[in-house]
Design a protein. Structure first.
Length: 276
């Protein structure tokens, strides 16, 4: 590590569930000073409690114990309790604090209603591979966030994987449908491939191993090669061969593309409903 992660002040993490814990672990791995971290969670897990004790991180349930001038406050609570949590946090947000939300479906405007229009806010949508540092997050900022604050948020989100930024908050709905929900689609593919293997005559254990390793290996090849997915698909497909026979079904009428298009559309529409 050439440079330790530094955001120029204290960091407050509100909510230490799975995603919050994944981010916290990434920040520590990147060298963020644990003495500058404050975790607020009324019911922390045993893992978070042990980590806080081991790293001497400030951990508690009382928001009044949080610093009033943190550089970044990360909201990692469930979306349905945001309205309950935000009022108690407002007094702990200083003039120089940027609020970074990872709560799905909560718009910049909905957060501003609680914190005020003068608050610097960044909304982001990570996905579950963030737990192993291989996530993809898309973020957007309101007009009050400064370039320095955006850079701090970018550095924090990079601890969970790749980061992309959008000037249009409306992009977060299809982002949620593609990458936020996307891991579930891939897991379903592995699940279906396993079941198809069993149907074709494999025993359960071998079918599961083949499906798991094929999906994860193909994904890693896609990541490392830099080639387009279509090019890699063509590389595996010989005219008149076994793969071509399978793809004729998967790419036919009402095939995988049509199903995924409908699935992503449904997820995006649901995201818009939840955001309104």
């Amino acid at each position: 590590m050439d440079h330790a992660l530094d955001i120029g002040g204290a960091l407050v993490l509100v909510g230490a569930g799975k995603m919050g814990r994944a981010l916290l672990t990434g920040w520590l791995d990147r060298g963020l000073d644990p003495q500058t971290i404050f975790v607020q969670d009324p019911d922390p897990s045993e893992e978070i409690t042990a980590l806080a004790k081991r790293k001497q991180i400030n951990l508690g349930a009382d928001t009044s114990a949080l610093p009033p001038d943190a550089a970044v406050m990360v909201l990692a609570v469930k979306p349905q309790i945001m309205d309950e949590v935000l009022p108690s946090l407002k007094p702990r947000i200083g003039e120089a604090t940027v609020v970074l939300s990872i709560a799905a479906g909560r718009t910049l405007a909905s957060i501003e209603r609680h914190l005020g229009s003068t608050s610097a806010i960044v909304r982001s949508m990570p996905n579950t591979p963030a737990a192993i540092g291989r996530g993809i997050t898309v973020a957007c900022a309101n007009a009050r966030a400064t370039p320095a604050q955006i850079a701090h948020c970018d550095a924090l989100l990079q601890a969970a994987g790749s980061v992309a930024w959008s000037d249009e908050e409306s992009a977060l709905d299809p982002v949620t449908a593609v990458s936020g929900s996307g891991p579930a689609y891939v897991f379903l593919l592995a699940e279906c491939l396993e079941a198809a293997g069993v149907e074709a005559g494999l025993n359960q254990e071998l079918a599961r191993k083949l499906a798991r390793e094929t999906v994860s290996g193909a994904g890693e090849l896609l990541r490392q090669s830099g080639a387009k997915a279509a090019e890699l698909r063509n590389n595996v497909t010989s005219p008149g061969g076994t793969t071509a026979a399978a793809l004729e079904i998967l790419m036919g009428t009402d095939g995988l593309q049509q199903l995924l298009t409908r699935a992503v559309k449904a997820a995006a529409e649901r995201s818009r409903e939840l955001s309104s």
